[in-house]
Design a protein around this ligand. Structure first.
Ligand SMILES: [Zn+2]
Length: 283
């Protein structure tokens, strides 16, 4: 993350919950020589297993020689953050954005203290401002209120008092993608990002909901201080779409023979993103 900040590029966090998705992401990162963050939401890690994902990522790291971190995306409580840390996660994202500011700060501090005492090298991500929406296709507009956006002054205070390493911010980004007439309706407030960047020093700023944001806007955000971009929905859509096709077209009963086209579809998305983030050839 420090290298990314100094080099003006961003590291991708790709969310996964099964072996096929992990293979797709790791193979592309290997081919492009990119550092990698595997993200797992509370639901995703409950499905694959906390220790399981850490062990699988370690094997991929050993085989590829890439720095691969598993991040506990959107841990909504101290307990779920702690569980991930105890299982060996090197990235912990505590999302207290649904709580009032004081409560968010209090738990973020607790998470930092706990995680750093267990593993000083682990990265703790906090969140201030609300990144709305789930990782899915939206058919209705999501209206952001001023109070949903990250306040630059408050961000500076939050970072200083909590001791977090990185901060997920809300500056027009929404989780998920918008379909049909809404496509391209997501607008980033780059001025706000610049302001937050100026006030939060070396804190790693994170763009959540990277799916569906036009490439030039993502580039502009990276140019202005974003060093980590989270991608989930576009991977999910590619995966499900090609799985449906694969299952529909064939009477195949050997599971591993169904997956190659699905993995290829996910790989295409990952490749496009890593190239956009500029993290290739950085190992
Ligand atoms: Zn997110």
């Amino acid at each position: 993350m420090k290298d990314a900040q100094a080099g003006g590029y961003a590291v991708g966090q790709f969310n996964v919950s099964n072996l096929e998705q992990i293979r797709a992401v790791c193979e592309v990162a290997k081919a492009l020589g990119s550092p990698l963050i595997l993200g797992t939401s509370e639901g995703e890690r409950k499905f694959i297993g906390l220790k399981q994902i850490v062990a699988i990522a370690n094997v991929w790291q050993e085989e590829t020689g890439l720095p691969i971190i598993v991040n506990a995306d959107h841990s909504r409580s101290f307990e779920t953050a702690k569980d991930a840390c105890d299982a060996g996660y090197m990235g912990i994202h505590f999302d207290g954005s649904e709580f009032p500011y004081a409560e968010n700060l209090k738990i973020a501090k607790q998470v930092v203290e706990y995680v750093k005492s267990k593993n000083p090298d682990a990265i703790v991500e906090g969140e201030l401002g609300r990144v709305l929406g789930g990782s899915e296709m939206h058919t209705e507009a999501i209206a952001l209120k001023e109070s949903d956006f990250t306040d630059p002054e408050l961000a500076a205070q939050f970072v200083r008092e909590s001791g977090i390493d990185s901060l997920a911010i809300s500056f027009g980004n929404v989780h998920g993608v918008f379909g049909g007439r809404l496509e391209g309706s997501e607008r980033l407030d780059i001025e706000r990002l610049k302001n937050i960047r100026a006030k939060t020093g070396e804190t790693f700023l994170v763009l959540h909901g990277g799916s569906g944001i036009p490439a030039p806007d993502v580039s502009e955000a990276i140019k202005n201080g974003i060093v980590k971009v989270n991608i989930n929905t576009e991977l999910r859509i590619a995966y499900i779409e090609y799985l449906r096709i694969a299952l529909h077209r064939t009477g195949e009963t050997t599971p591993y023979k169904i997956w190659p086209t699905v993995i290829d579809a996910v790989k295409k998305v990952v490749e496009e993103k890593i190239k956009l983030f500029g993290s290739g050839n950085k190992i």
